[in-house]
Design a protein around this ligand. Structure first.
Ligand code: SF4
Length: 340
């Protein structure tokens, strides 16, 4: 299983899966942060976007992801009069809060350990500046616990992982080493260029054939064993690890972050008295044919979905994997479109 959506896109774009011999099959993993953000967080963001005093901001892909009600997304909230804005960096929220002191700026913070340090930096700077009109709706998730959860699923077919190189660049390889020791499954840290993916796959096959589950780093030009110490330190200062539901996967032990006690006053859920994410997320809307949960678990491919390329397209997506630029459905639609 390649964990990261960026790797899935590289595999589809360059047809790498079609070069593999019989018996070697790539399964696409849940590594699209937009896709796994719990619907409850989207619902909270939609509720906040309806408040006249709130400026709700997030990354572009998040604006099109539906909440738990079919068709309800942040772009729709903006069309209905909400002040919803797109950011390319969390630090832009500071300028926004300074420019609009009479408003409450809420940043919907999503992503893996790759984007979490920037959110932590945002909060540290907001604290230093004494900003009282800025909060975050936190939805950062942790990848290694999700990989462990997939391995514990009944009927799991994952025999090895290509781990995400950019997460490894931040977090190092210690957590992945624990995963290997606990679950006896080989893991190879891998990059995103075609040659990186193939080098990672070759190393993974070598480990499988040797029959010795081990951790290997095939992305040594970027990933160091210890990771990025400065990024880890600021995350440790600002966040605390918690159990967290992942959309499509369900509750995952230690699967996400909440704000550390010293930063709780920046928690939008507390500031606006919203419920925190439930431990068990609701299922996809019954009226929707979307099988995104199965796709995120590697149990189905996008073309298996009856709506793929017909009722669901990038222009009119039914589920997050078609919305997100890292989503598996978007990758298939772009590089393996259904026949007309
Ligand atoms: S193709 Fe669309 S409806 Fe089907 S699983 Fe993907 S996002 Fe959901």
């Amino acid at each position: 299983m390649e964990v990261c959506g960026g790797q899935t896109h590289a595999i589809l774009r360059w047809g790498l899966d079609q070069l593999l011999p019989p018996g070697l099959r790539l399964i696409h993993g849940p590594g699209c942060p937009v896709c796994v953000t719990p619907a409850e967080r989207l619902d909270a963001a939609l509720a906040l976007a309806a408040c006249p005093e709130v400026i709700l901001c997030s990354y572009g892909d998040m604006l099109r992801v539906p909440g738990s009600a079919a068709g309800a997304d942040l772009l729709g909230a903006r069309a209905a009069g909400g002040d919803v804005r797109l950011l390319t960096s969390p630090l832009q929220a500071i300028a926004l809060a300074q420019a609009c002191p009479a408003r409450q700026v809420v940043f919907l913070a999503v992503g893996f350990e790759t984007t979490a340090p920037a959110t932590a930096l945002l909060l540290r700077q907001a604290r230093a500046l004494g900003l009282t009109n800025l909060t975050v709706l936190l939805a950062h998730v942790r990848v290694a616990p999700a990989m462990a959860a997939l391995l514990q699923e009944p009927g799991n077919q994952v025999q090895g992982f290509l781990a995400a190189g950019h997460v490894g660049a931040v977090m190092g390889t210690a957590e992945l080493g624990q995963l290997v020791r606990r679950h006896r499954v080989p893991v190879v840290v891998t990059g995103f260029e075609p040659a990186d993916v193939m080098a990672g796959l070759l190393r993974l096959v070598q480990l499988l054939e040797a029959g010795t589950p081990a951790l290997a780093n095939a992305y040594g030009r970027v990933v160091r064993q210890q990771g990025n110490g400065a990024a880890q330190a600021i995350m440790k200062e600002v966040f605390a690890v918690v159990d967290q539901p992942w959309r499509g996967l369900g509750p995952i032990a230690a699967g996400g972050y909440e704000l550390a006690a010293a930063y709780r006053d920046f928690d939008a859920l507390l500031r606006f008295c919203l419920p925190s994410a439930a431990v068990s997320p609701p299922p996809e809307p019954l009226a929707s044919p979307c099988i995104s949960g199965l796709i995120l678990q590697g149990r189905a491919l996008p073309p298996d979905c009856p709506a793929f390329g017909s009722a669901c397209t990038p222009e009119r997506p039914l589920g997050a994997p078609m919305v997100s630029s890292e989503g598996a459905c978007a990758a298939y639609h772009r590089y393996r479109p259904p026949p007309p």
